[in-house]
Design a binder for this molecule. Structure first.
Ligand code: ADP
Ligand code: ADP
Length: 226
């Protein structure tokens, strides 16, 4: 079963003259270990799609299944619980906690999820190592480069072994070389951990490294070539 499946998803905003139809009967499936790049112009609905996939917004119609579980009939608490246990979200700007070290930033979501400090640290170090920032474990975010900060943010998003990893312009404010390393780290993580990855990016070179590229057209998610 795919880790992420959208079927017939509708999402519009406003009404009357202000109606904006973003998605109309959109379908999308992302398998375990698969990396899909989402490339579309600004305002096309990339953030909306990612928010829907991450259960941060609800569609007006259609179904979103995460690891086979339909979500349209879930109440708020059940949605939040499912989101916390299955979805990892990476943003363009990292939102790390400034007063904590890199390691602590990756440990924290695991403690909240009920893991022991020892287990959490083990997992955090494994991730920092995988992302090539293990030597930065004791540094605070302000002491790290943009690329390092973003890799810590990726480690944090992955800490609780999410089955779905969503990234909204994760390299949007990085220079080309750093973008490359950060994207490679994200890609390695998704494949290594068998998560379903959906990454919105304007960077065509990076998008080409995904298994598939999709775009948004007439409210649908459609295959795309660059
Ligand atoms: P992208 O991420 O591709 O730039 P968005 O998903 O942010 O696109 O937005 C898609 C469209 O939906 C835009 O026209 C935007 O103005 C509109 N939109 C997004 N969120 C809202 C909202 N909360 N209320 C009204 N319109 C919105
Ligand atoms: P946590 O379990 O750490 O409190 P949440 O359940 O709040 O995490 O959120 C799960 C994921 O969704 C996280 O990656 C978080 O950054 C993201 N997220 C939570 N709320 C929002 C929001 N309002 N807008 C965008 N992303 C959000």
């Amino acid at each position: 079963k795919p880790h992420l499946r959208l079927t017939g998803v509708h999402r519009h905003y406003g009404e009357g003259e202000r109606l904006v139809r973003v998605l109309e009967a959109a379908d999308l499936t992302v398998e375990s270990g698969e990396l899909v790049a989402l490339v579309a112009p600004s305002g096309a609905g990339k953030s909306t799609l990612l928010h829907l996939c991450g259960l941060l917004e609800s569609p007006q119609a259609g179904e979103i299944e995460i690891v086979g579980q339909p979500t349209s009939r879930l109440g708020d608490r059940a949605r939040t619980r499912l989101r916390r246990s299955t979805v990892g979200y990476v943003y363009q700007f990292h939102h790390l906690l400034p007063e904590f070290t890199a390691l602590e930033n990756v440990v924290m979501p695991q403690l909240i999820a009920g893991r022991s400090p020892k287990q959490a640290e083990g997992r955090a170090m494994e991730l920092l190592d995988l992302l090539g920032v293990a030597q930065r474990a004791e540094h605070r975010p302000a002491e790290l480069s943009g690329g390092e900060q973003q890799r810590i943010a990726i480690a944090r998003a992955a800490a609780n072994r999410p089955r779905v990893i969503l990234a909204d312009e994760p390299t949007g404010n990085l220079d080309p070389e750093t973008s490359d390393r950060v994207f490679a780290a994200l890609e390695g993580l998704i494949r290594n951990e068998g998560a379903a990855g959906l990454i919105a990016t304007h960077n065509h070179d990076l998008a080409r490294r995904a298994d598939r590229i999709v775009t948004l057209k007439n409210g649908l998610v459609v295959p795309h070539t660059l």
